[in-house]
Ligand binder design. Structure first.
Ligand SMILES: Cc1cc2nc3c(=O)[nH]c(=O)nc-3n(C[C@H](O)[C@H](O)[C@H](O)COP(=O)(O)O)c2cc1C
Length: 222
């Protein structure tokens, strides 16, 4: 099948777009309200967009509390959501009234950042501390229905890693069991069994061919 997104006539039960943009990491966004109240919510329109300097983005459908707080004080954190914390992550997405602390609602610890005042999830094995770089308003939906998204760009100013997940100078990400968002109400998890390595191709001197060292990572960072 093929459909034109301008018509939206896909003939399926639900819009398939998010079921195909997969797997998406989940940025678990921690902010502080104007009154100093912690706020937490998951965002799967989230990703890293640069590593020098390290920068992340997330996208808010309408002006939700996280975006409002970031526009007010310029700071946020993104904690890693993991299999062990899936129910807490889900609970923190509840559309409770502004001013309700979703850390408390989900039974999580709001741990202050080092380079930002915004709190991270104390139980999460990793978190980025971010300062707002800029926001960008997305186009409104063609049919005029629904919310307009705003993308938030953050400069990562500090990174927390639970030392228990650092082995031989390498972060053991699969051991953290990070969640991935799929379509509908589906999720997946990154685990040691599903991770494999590929050596990056080496280009020949004449620039016209390339070869790959077979097998697991040879330890050269290409
Ligand atoms: C896994 C997951 C991913 C989500 N991703 C987004 C997203 O990318 N953008 C968005 O606007 N809402 C997203 N939501 C919904 C928000 O988490 C929800 O609206 C939340 O109440 C917003 O909280 P806030 O007002 O405190 O920012 C997601 C929910 C879940 C469970």
């Amino acid at each position: 099948m093929h459909y034109d997104t301008a018509t939206g006539r896909h003939g399926l039960k639900f819009d398939p777009f998010k079921a195909l943009a997969v797997p998406r990491p989940i940025g678990w966004i921690g902010t502080l309200g104007a009154d100093g109240q912690p706020n937490l919510a998951p965002y799967s329109f989230f990703n890293a967009v640069s590593d020098r300097p390290p920068m992340v983005v997330f996208s808010s459908g309408g002006h939700k509390d996280s975006l409002r707080n970031i526009l007010a004080n310029g700071e946020f954190t993104c904690s890693l959501s993991t299999l062990d914390l899936r129910d807490q992550m889900n609970m923190s997405s509840a559309t409770v009234a502004a001013g309700v602390d979703e850390f408390a609602l989900a039974g999580l610890t709001a741990t202050p950042g080092v380079t930002v005042r915004a709190p991270r999830v104390g139980e999460s094995p990793a978190a980025f501390e971010c300062k707002l770089w800029k926001t960008l308003d997305m186009p409104s939906p063609a049919d005029g229905k629904g919310v307009t998204y705003t993308v938030v760009f953050g400069l990562v100013t500090g990174i927390y890693i639970d030392d228990a997940f650092i082995r031989d100078g390498i972060v053991d990400t699969p051991a953290m069991k990070p969640l991935a968002r799929l379509g509908y109400m589906d999720y997946s998890v990154l685990s040691p069994e599903t991770v494999f390595s590929l050596n990056r191709p080496t280009v020949a001197a004449d620039g016209r061919s390339a070869s790959v060292v077979p097998g697991p990572w040879d330890g050269v960072y290409r």
